[in-house]
Write a protein that binds this ligand. Structure first.
Ligand code: TXA
Ligand code: MG
Length: 327
């Protein structure tokens, strides 16, 4: 059930988490589906609700960076630098796991993912949860495995129906795209998932660009070729390709749904047309809502105009590549 994130609702949600229930809550990136990270039964419930394979790890959310040492072994110097610069905020650090961190959090790997979210509701929930004896909230994005992430409480409700007893409504998420994930288990930082913290921001703090992931890097399901995917067949088309395809679109009876950011809807076009913002922050903020709304039209195909290639568009292009992957 969707409930406004009042202090009372947040206290009630913290209590529900302690009892082993699932709670969905807003973060500055996307909505999370939370479970008590120290409760094996609650984690089983979480995996079942998401339909996620048991060997995929989940991020542990903390109220405060100082709690990191309860979950991870000593942080390398560059990880401390990143935590100091970006926590609370949309950055997830993959660290060597500490004593007693269960396989159901780590997916059986030797690493644990940690993040301190900045959203006031997420922060209040985490603080209340800690106060009633909790230690961290495990929270993947609040969508079924492989599907489009949720950036409003209504998206979560659409995704899970009554299966999630409490969905705290904190309005639409500010970034609209998931946290950036950095692997901090090796000698140097590696970028596992581009996200809301840009590569240029990381580079400024680290003094160099983070390296790319290798086949030996810890597994991240967001790095699967197909992810964030609508049910409708979706294609990514370069601007020129899209203009050409629209020009040839004479087939009556076929319904095409378009997401464009630089092209105007041709007067003769009869399908569904969505204009996306032409700057990257606005585009990202609306991306999942747009994909969900396009998918709901049940068109024959979704055509997406490929965004620019600049550094601000890396995370968006990553999501669109996976959302449109077939194979
Ligand atoms: O912005 C976000 O990060 C959101 C909000 C709710 O915090 N969460 C999120 O969780 O995107 P999820 O589960 O949808 O994506 C987290 C990614 C997954 O690809 C998972 O495999 C990876 O992080 N991950 C988590 N723990 C890991 C670990 N120990 N090693 C490698 N990858 C890990
Ligand atoms: Mg996800």
């Amino acid at each position: 059930m969707i409930v406004p994130a009042t202090p009372e609702a947040i206290a009630h949600a913290a209590d529900a988490l302690r009892k082993g229930d699932l709670v969905s809550f807003p973060t500055e990136t996307v909505y999370g589906l939370g479970a008590d990270a120290r409760n094996a039964d609650a984690l089983l419930k979480l995996y079942a609700a998401k339909g996620r394979p048991a060997d995929h790890p989940v991020i542990v959310h903390l109220a405060d960076g100082s709690a990191a040492t309860r979950w991870a072994k000593a942080l390398p110097a560059y990880a401390t630098l990143l935590a100091d610069a970006f926590w609370p905020g949309p950055l997830t650090l993959i660290l060597t796991r500490g004593e007693g961190v269960s396989d159901s959090i780590t997916g059986g790997q030797e690493s644990v993912g940690l993040r301190v979210p900045a959203h006031p509701v997420a922060h209040a929930l985490l603080s209340a949860f800690m106060e009633c004896g909790g230690d961290g909230i495990a929270a993947p994005s609040a969508n079924r495995f492989g599907r489009i992430s949720a950036t409003t409480a209504q998206h979560v409700e659409d995704e899970f129906g009554g299966e999630v007893a409490i969905v705290l409504d904190g309005g639409p998420c500010r970034h609209g795209i998931e946290s950036t994930i950095i692997d901090c288990t090796g000698r140097e930082p590696r970028l596992l998932r581009p996200g809301a913290v840009g590569v240029d921001q990381l580079t400024r703090v680290l003094g160099r660009e983070p390296s790319a992931a290798t086949p030996a890097s810890p597994r991240a399901s967001g790095s699967l070729a197909s992810h964030y995917a609508p049910r409708t067949h979706a294609r990514l088309l370069q601007r020129k390709e899209l203009i050409g395809a629209l020009g040839r679109l004479a087939r009556p009876g076929s319904h095409i749904a378009v997401l464009a950011h630089s092209i105007d809807q041709p007067p003769s076009f009869e399908g569904t047309w969505f204009d996306a913002p032409s700057e990257s922050a606005g585009y990202a903020q609306q991306l999942y809502a747009n994909l969900r709304a396009l998918d709901a039209r049940e068109a024959d195909e979704i055509w997406i105009e490929a965004p620019p290639d600049g550094p601000d568009w890396i995370a968006i292009n990553d999501r669109l590549r996976r959302a449109t992957h077939r194979g």
